[in-house]
Design a protein around this ligand. Structure first.
Ligand SMILES: NC(=O)c1ccc[n+]([C@@H]2O[C@H](COP(=O)([O-])OP(=O)(O)OC[C@H]3O[C@@H](n4cnc5c(N)ncnc54)[C@H](O)[C@@H]3O)[C@@H](O)[C@H]2O)c1
Length: 305
């Protein structure tokens, strides 16, 4: 039985908690949040003990914890968890700055503590299908992640909150690192940027583009991949994937194939992979270094602007 905890019981922390409570061979020894109301709700729904002070949870010696506090608090909370030698899954982005991200990676390495980052879209069945289909003849990737403004996110802008998903996805789908990257962005609603257009060229020559904003009335998460042999579209919300064959000059047509939708709860996949890595003492599927690479790209975008 693996003993776990959840720190930060907001909209994402609640998803971590529900999944842990539904997973076999997992015992939630406790949860922590500064808001007593969230602890009371967790107690009522899942019967788990709650704490407003982190040391009180860590005293229960969990094998692993999820950290889903606001991004600006990831560094201080994660460092305290690492100092207690507890394995951690930190929600994306790893931290508010690359400097903080680097310090967390180094601290976890020094303490020999498994550190994973919650880039959950890697566990999206549509992304897993797309990665299979794009093989090694990928030319360019285009990602759209837009929706209405989430009032609760006050600490960071759309590039760190939403763009971080897609910067990681581009590294994951291309299997390469960013060679050049630049972005334009604006703030029309609040103090942080809420619209951004990001373009990049990867070290393996693949081109990439991200459109992300909080000024669209409906949520949309779409990825398109242009390859020499095919064109692939993935809808990350419906988990649907459509594959197009290339235009056949002779027949003046092209093939279209809809792949079966394998609906799966991504969080369950992510937490299962995390706890397996902790149990088997293997490398987590999304490492602190992966999280740090995303933060470095984000800072290059802001520096270049
Ligand atoms: N993977 C995803 O798809 C995804 C989606 C949404 C949010 N996130 C990430 O999850 C994190 C949390 O986002 P959210 O949307 O759940 O935010 P939220 O505001 O809904 O929840 C944050 C929670 O943390 C608690 N909190 C604040 N300070 C704390 C502290 N010092 N110690 C313990 N708890 C504290 C708050 O009381 C609140 O319950 C962010 O880093 C965000 O980027 C990831």
């Amino acid at each position: 039985m693996q003993k776990v905890g959840v720190i930060g019981l907001g909209s994402m922390g609640k998803v971590h908690l529900r999944n842990y409570c539904e997973m076999p061979d997992v015992q939630v020894v406790g949860v922590m949040d500064v808001a007593q109301a969230n602890l009371d709700d967790a107690k009522k729904r899942f019967g788990v003990p709650g704490f407003t002070h982190l040391p009180d949870l860590l005293k229960l010696k969990p094998d692993a914890v999820s950290i889903s506090v606001p991004t600006v608090l990831h560094y201080e909370v994660a460092l305290e968890v690492i100092e207690h030698g507890v394995a951690l899954l930190v929600e994306k982005p790893l931290a508010a700055t690359a400097e903080q991200g680097w310090r967390l990676v180094e601290a976890a390495k020094a303490k020999g503590v498994p550190l994973m980052v919650g880039h959950i879209e890697r566990f999206n069945p549509a992304i897993q299908r797309m990665k299979e289909l794009i093989g090694d003849d990928l030319i360019s990737l285009s990602i759209e992640r837009v929706g209405p403004y989430p009032v609760r996110i006050q600490d960071v802008g759309v590039i760190r909150d939403l763009g971080s998903h897609d910067i990681d996805l581009i590294r994951h789908l291309t299997g390469s690192n960013f060679e050049t990257v630049s972005g334009v962005f604006s703030a029309s609603l609040g103090k942080h940027e809420d619209s951004a257009l990001i373009t990049a060229k990867m070290e393996n020559g693949v081109l990439a583009h991200i459109t992300t904003n909080w000024v669209t009335p409906f949520r949309s998460r779409k990825v398109t991949a242009s390859c020499k042999s095919r064109f692939v579209e993935a809808d990350l919300m419906t988990q649907q994937v459509r594959e197009y064959g290339m235009f056949a000059e002779s027949e003046k047509n092209y093939t279209v194939r809809d792949w079966p939708v394998m609906r799966r709860e991504q969080m369950r996949e992510e937490l299962t992979a995390f706890l397996a890595a902790v149990r088997d003492k293997t490398r987590p599927p999304i490492t602190g270094e992966d999280g740090l690479a995303v933060l470095k790209v984000i800072e290059r975008i802001f520096e270049g602007a």
